[in-house]
Each structure stands twice: as C-alpha cells, then as structure tokens.
Design a protein around this ligand. Structure first.
Ligand code: AMP
Ligand code: GLY
Length: 437
C-alpha cells in the first residue's frame, strides 16, 4: 500500500515511524516532512494546505491512503476535495470533511452542537457583537474567573482566562475590536471556568463508531510546575492514570458516542481522529475542546502503545468500516519531553546546530521525533520553536521518565530549553515518589 502522511512536525514523525513498521520506504511519502523522517519516508516539498498540490501528488505517486496530521488542511476542505475527485471508495483519506472539522475550527459550532446533543461541557454564551459580550461579562452570571474563547483557529492562543471583570473587558475588546486573533475573534464564546485535572482522550472514528485508541496528559505551560505562558505542548505522557475503566466507560458513553451519533444525525458523519480535551470536574468529565486530529506531542506518546497493525485500522476509518474491529493497547507507559529553542513561545531562535541526535536515538527505549529541524550541509539545525520530542518507554512512569531524560541529556544545541518535570503528575496520581529532576 502506498501511503502519504501530511504535515511536518513531531506528530507526523511519530505517524511516519509507526507506518514504516508496516510499509517500505519506497511506498511511504510525507509532505512536507522534516529531516528526521528522511530515513524511513520520501519527503515531498509541497504546501499541504493547498489541496490542489496534495491531489496532484496523490495522482502522480498513486497513493492509496493519505493520513492528515494537522488541522489546517482539514479546515480548508482537503478531505472534501479528495472525495470529489476520487469518490468515497477510491484513493482513501483519514480525516473529517470541512463541515465535520468544525468541531475544532469553530468553538461556537462545537459548543452549540454539544448543547444540542447533551454532551457535558461548561455553560456558555456566544456573541457576535462587542456590546453584547461586554454586557454579559458585566452581569457576572458565570462569576469569575471567566473564560473567553475566539471562535476560529488561533494556533492555541485564542483562550483567555480572565480573573476579574477588568481583565474580561480588556480581552473582549482585544478580540472583537483590536482583532488580536484576526477574523477568528470576530465571534466570541464566553464560558464558565471549570476546575479539575485535564486529560486527552483519543478515538479513531469511521462516521458512526469511535474506537478508543488511548489517553494522555500534556503539559501546556513553558516552565516547570505549570508556570509561564501557554505553548503548543512541552511534553506529554500516556496513558493517563486518571482514566480508569469506569471513567473510560463514562467518557465513551457521555462524549464519544453522542458526538458521533449527533454528527451522523446532522448529516456530517465524523471520520478520522477525534481528540477530546476533557476536564475532570467534581460533576464528572466535561469537554474543554475538541480537536479533529491527533495532538502534538500526544501522538508521540500514544501511537506506539497501539498494539495492533495501524494501517488496517486507518483504512477502516477512511472506508466507514470499523464495526468489526477492536484496538488492543499495550501495557506500559510513554513519556515525551519537548525540546524547544531559546525564545519559544514568543520569538523562537533558529539555525543552531543540534548535536547528539544519533546517540540519543540509539539508546534502548528512547525515540527521538523531529519537529522544527532543518538540514544544513551535514548538520541538522534548529528551525522553529519546538525542535524535538524525546520519548522514553517503560513498564512504569518512573522508568519512562528516566529513559526520556536520558535521551534529552544526549542532545544539545545553543539555547535549548525543556521542562524537567514531565511525567511527575503521573507519579503523583499513582502515589509514587517523585524522581529527582
Ligand atoms: P483550548 O485552546 O480550548 O484547549 O484552551 C486552552 C486551555 O484553557 C485549556 O487547556 C484549559 O486549561 C483552559 N480552559 C479552556 N476552557 C476552560 C474552562 N471552561 N475552564 C477552565 N479552563 C479552561
Ligand atoms: N497538544 C495540544 C494539541 O495538539 O492541540
């Protein structure tokens, strides 16, 4: 089978590595990819957010199955264009249509959809006018802190948690008048602030069914102990020790199943990866957000725990045919540490030579996934904020943490930064002693 993975970050490196176990390099393409993937896939320098470029590549290389990593190609209708061109049973693609991708691309859509189908989420109101939003914040019906979300895609930066009314007013004006999030902030969702630990729950979906494929917890803030500004993700571990069998069932029954049934009933069946970001509140799990793709760095820690051939599952997702399938997850844990450039997440530096990549990759139970890297002559250099995810595997969290940081210790570049506490939350949740940082 000839495969194409769309994207060029750590998540896509993990997808490519996983696919490489089931297909040869001649049949595995990635667009645009990064230098870390060159050993197991053929890199093609196209713009994956231009559907015409992707369709041309798929025809030229006779690709059977395309797997979309990031949300942007989905948001511009890549899957719709595939179905138009190749029909539902022709060349296959894993991912939702543009309309189904609204679960991620429009927070107003996602919230209204959850309200229609009784999916547990924070109370909310949606506003298109700044005066209405200000008046609602001033009325104080949800109390403070108050959560303000730009409707559209805002690269993970569209959420403000306002501690008081003054901060809420500033955030509303920033989004709706100053257009801090561009067009994404013209519509604003205001919601109540929930409290509790956050977990990520992943399902592979075929339009009707969602098969659970793993859980994880990520670390969004730049500094240890969850301090400093939000990032795309500074590390993750899998599985989440907070999701026991009972909670797993509750999440399937109250979130995943009603979302798939609701999307199908509304004529927008959801295919591809559904990622539910959940807060475990005193009233049970509630949806904070949906993503319509795998997470980054969550993919780097969940994919290798799927103890089944992946390609047949992906084909079944694309064909609407998961009913007879099950997914077995391997025992053990994964811990992924993101290594970032100086200045990230504000102004990340690039062009620093990275040393020790081969040494780190050769360590037992360590995998190094590239994100922002580039080739310069014989060297690999940094090219962006998040540079690598170093993943350790172990029978328990402590050993996976030790393997991951052993891997990180072999890598170096000028200005390298990473958190030293990735996975400590998993130790705390399972009553294990913290390991020295
Ligand atoms: P999002 O971009 O929707 O994932 O939101 C970013 C972060 O904001 C989440 O990971 C949560 O930590 C926080 N957040 C979003 N919505 C809420 C909420 N209703 N209550 C508390 N925290 C929230
Ligand atoms: N790590 C969060 C995300 O991929 O959206």
């Amino acid at each position: 089978m000839r495969l194409l993975v769309i994207g060029g970050g750590g998540r896509e490196h993990a997808l490519v590595s996983r696919c490489a176990k089931e297909t040869g390099r001649d049949d595995l393409f990635v667009a645009p990819g990064n230098p870390g993937m060159a050993a197991c896939a053929r890199l093609v320098a196209i713009n994956p957010s231009q559907p015409d470029e992707v369709l041309a590549l798929v025809e030229r290389e006779q690709i059977d199955l395309t797997i979309v990593g990031p949300e942007l190609p989905l948001s511009v209708g890549l899957v719709d264009r595939f179905i138009e061109r190749f029909g539902a049973d022709g060349r296959l693609i894993v991912g939702p249509t543009q309309a189904a991708a609204q679960l991620e691309t429009s927070k107003a859509f996602a919230k209204a959809f959850m309200a229609r189908h009784g999916v547990p989420t924070a109370r909310f109101r949606t506003f298109d006018d700044v005066e209405g939003a200000l008046a609602f914040a001033r009325a104080g019906s949800f109390g403070f802190p108050l959560v303000l979300k730009a409707d559209g895609l805002a690269a993970g930066k569209g959420v403000v948690i306002a501690p008081d009314l003054t901060a809420a007013e500033v955030a509303i004006r920033d989004a709706m008048i100053e257009q801090r999030f561009g067009a994404a902030g013209a519509r604003l969702v205001i919601e109540e602030c929930l409290a509790g630990p956050e977990v990520s729950f992943f399902a592979l979906c075929d339009g009707r069914l969602g098969l659970p494929i793993g859980t994880a917890q990520d670390h969004k803030r730049i500094f240890d102990d969850d301090r400093g500004p939000n990032t795309g993700g500074m590390g993750a571990f899998a599985p989440s020790p907070l999701v026991d069998a009972g909670l797993h069932r509750v999440i399937m029954q109250t979130v995943i199943e009603p979302v798939l049934a609701g999307m199908a009933a509304e004529g927008q069946p959801f295919r591809g990866f559904l990622y539910a970001g959940l807060m475990l509140t005193a009233d049970g799990p509630k949806v904070i957000e949906f993503n319509v793709r795998l997470g980054d760095p969550e993919a780097q820690v969940i994919l290798s725990l799927i103890d089944e051939p992946l390609l047949p599952l992906l084909v079944a997702s694309a064909k609407g045919d998961l009913a007879s399938r099950t997914v077995q997850l391997a025992p053990g844990t994964r811990v992924g540490v993101t290594v970032a450039s100086r200045g990230y997440p504000e102004q990340a530096e690039s062009g620093q030579v990275i040393r020790g990549l081969d040494e780190a990759s050769l360590l037992p139970d360590v995998a190094v996934f590239h994100a922002g890297t580039a080739r310069r002559g014989d060297a690999i250099v940094t090219a962006g904020g998040r540079v690598l995810t170093v993943v350790g595997s172990g029978a328990d969290y402590a050993s996976a943490i030790a393997r991951a940081y052993d891997g990180v210790a072999h890598v170096s570049f000028d200005g390298m930064q990473f958190r030293r506490d990735i996975g400590q939350k998993a130790l705390a949740a399972t009553g294990q002693a913290q390991v020295p940082r």
